[in-house]
Design a protein around this ligand. Sequence first.
Ligand SMILES: *[C@@H]1O[C@H](CO)[C@@H](O)[C@H](O)[C@H]1NC(C)=O
Length: 434
Amino acid sequence: MLKVIFFLINLLIFIVGIQAARMVCYYDSASHIREGPAQVAPQDLEPALQFCQYLVYGYVGIDPENYQLRPANMELDVARNHYRTITNLRRNHPQLLILLSVGGDRDHFDQTLENPYLSVLESQAHRNTFVNSALTLLKNFDFDGLDLAWQFPKNHPVVVENKLKKAWKTFKSWFSGSKVVDEKAEEHKTQFATLVRELKDAFRSDGHILTLTMLPHVNANLFIDIPSVIPLVDFVNLGSFDFQTPERDPKVADHTAPIYEMFERDPTHNIDYQVQYWLNNSAPSNKINIGVPAYGRSWVMSRDSGITGYPPIERTEGPGPAGKQIRIPGLLSWPEICEKLQRDKELDGDDAPLRKVGDPRQRYGSYAYRSADDEGLYGLWVGYEEPSTAATKAGYVYAKGLGGVALFDLSLDDFRGQCAGEKYPILRSIKFKL
Ligand SMILES: *[C@@H]1O[C@H](CO)[C@@H](O)[C@H](O)[C@H]1NC(C)=O
């Protein structure tokens, strides 16, 4: 009898054990060379690491001349030994697996030349060079594995201006017949699967991990042979955010990373669709991680954008002004957004607080806005993630039995605890729910 009880307890522990979802933490090393309070030093990562199973170092690029991996920032990564500093973080966090990520939209190659992420696929010799350079880099700096955040050509944005509803009819028909993003997509799809197999073979003897990250707007249908690729990778992080961005869609502000399909929007622009697509194509649910951003996207509201703030917001005027810490137009980190929400109500103009609209139904995410004044000034609309919406996404992962969550990235979460005193509130709130 006792034996049976022990057996059942063990079984339970085993089941609970395998159900524990994965927490993948992206770290954009460019954050180490920011100036001011947004600069992330390695010791700033420490409070986060207890919550992460994987730390993904972003990013390494591909040298278009020879198809070897090329540090994105030679000075920092190699000369100042940052690769090593980061992999040494494992000393205090033995559970941590540290991956090096290739691409991630941070590898800026000359757009008039061929995309090295496609050319490297096209011959056995190129792929061999790539695989060997990857193996060397991982070994030299003691990384546990490689993440392929491959820079495939992206879907073109659909331009929807003003009369959104009218445009919808034509819009719908565009999904099937959208502009060709890559004439040789079929070949590249096969070749990418070959590259993944070759990497996997090369990594086997050292037990290196191999993962895939889908960047936003990269069409898996065009480039990923899921049944061939999925058994070879440890997991896939879906870039299930930035569906709407001020760069791609300067004239329409909208929720950037909804969980579910929104009325009269592109039906593929939500987490649920992206997840379902992979599951439908034979991906096991425990290999799928959903990407969650630690930031928001901002647009300038014009006088013609109305005063309700209810998205989609038409006639916006491109990216909102850069925040004081991250200093990137159209992108605000969680602490930057938090600060704008907490401002004194008496302030006006550019200092006036944003009005927050939460997401009680937990489907689309939060937004905050300030309509333009009579002169058309100071209008701003921000769609964003916050601890509570990130927790909802973690809840979705749990409910669907998915693999876990990938946070993009630690440097945009409130790593100093400026907002409410607690460091890494978004990361914590995800981890708490998983
Ligand atoms: C997944 O498959 C179901 C059932 O065949 C289908 O209704 C749904 O549209 C598919 N979803 C995606 C995203 O492919």
